[in-house]
Ligand binder design. Structure first.
Ligand code: DX5
Ligand code: ZN
Length: 217
């Protein structure tokens, strides 16, 4: 069963609570944290995650696009994240491992994220302890970009690694997911689909979530 994770990056920030509630039929709520260094954009920080936690019981999937993410694991865990993903390109492997350990200590689900340039094998040192691998299907930084078809290979390779070492691990994709690309990524092995503009770009948010689900099955 495919899971849908609307990205609030494309929501109306003036009406964030309303837009979060509109997405309540989804499985996860995807929160994009950007630091203006790891990616050239600045978005949501700890206080906003704290406020989101107060207005929804949805599973908060917090995507950290920040340098040296180990520094912020405690803060985002305490703010109420259910899952944190750290980019493998954002720090030295020993500090990525430490970031995962911190998540474990907080009882937060653990994920690593891969930029399009990063090969599937980069997950190997961590795979057995992960709850989710996030494969980017655009260059991280902005919503509304075109899906990179070349990432289908990476999705297939990560799926093969997951089947071999940790079949319970989820495989999430993020970037350019819509009713056209959803069947491609699920056929390649993804089971969690992040979608920003394909959900919040529509008047009928619940309808957009249902349409994505139908397209993905
Ligand atoms: C991009 C973010 C995505 C973004 C996806 O760096 O990680 O989560 O919101 O937006 P769409 O679905 O519009 O590509
Ligand atoms: Zn994201």
């Amino acid at each position: 069963m495919v899971k849908i994770a609307p990205s609030i990056l494309s929501a109306d920030f003036v009406n964030l609570e309303r837009d979060i509630k509109r997405a309540s039929s989804a499985d996860y709520l995807h929160v994009d944290v950007m630091d203006g260094a790891f990616v050239p954009n600045l978005t949501i920080g700890v206080p906003v995650v704290e406020s989101i936690r107060k207005c929804t019981d949805m599973f908060l999937d917090v995507h950290l696009m920040i340098d040296k993410p180990e520094r912020y694991i405690d803060a985002f865990a305490q703010a109420g994240a259910d899952l944190l993903s750290v980019h493998l390109e954002a720090d030295h492997p020993t500090r990525i491992a430490r970031a995962l350990k911190r998540m474990e200590e907080h009882g937060v689900k653990k994920a690593v994220a891969l930029r399009p340039i990063t090969s599937a094998n980069a997950v190997l040192p961590y795979i057995e302890e992960l709850d989710l691998v996030l494969v980017m299907t655009v260059e991280p930084g902005f919503g509304g970009q075109a899906f990179m078809e070349s990432q289908l290979d990476t999705i297939r390779q990560v799926r093969a690694i997951i089947e071999k070492y940790n079949p319970a691990c989820e495989l999430e994709v993020d970037g350019g997911i819509n009713a056209k690309t959803a069947p491609l990524v699920t056929a390649a092995g993804a089971n969690v689909l992040v979608a920003g503009s394909a959900v919040y770009g529509k008047e009928d948010v619940a309808g957009a979530i249902a349409a994505l689900r139908a397209a993905a099955e």
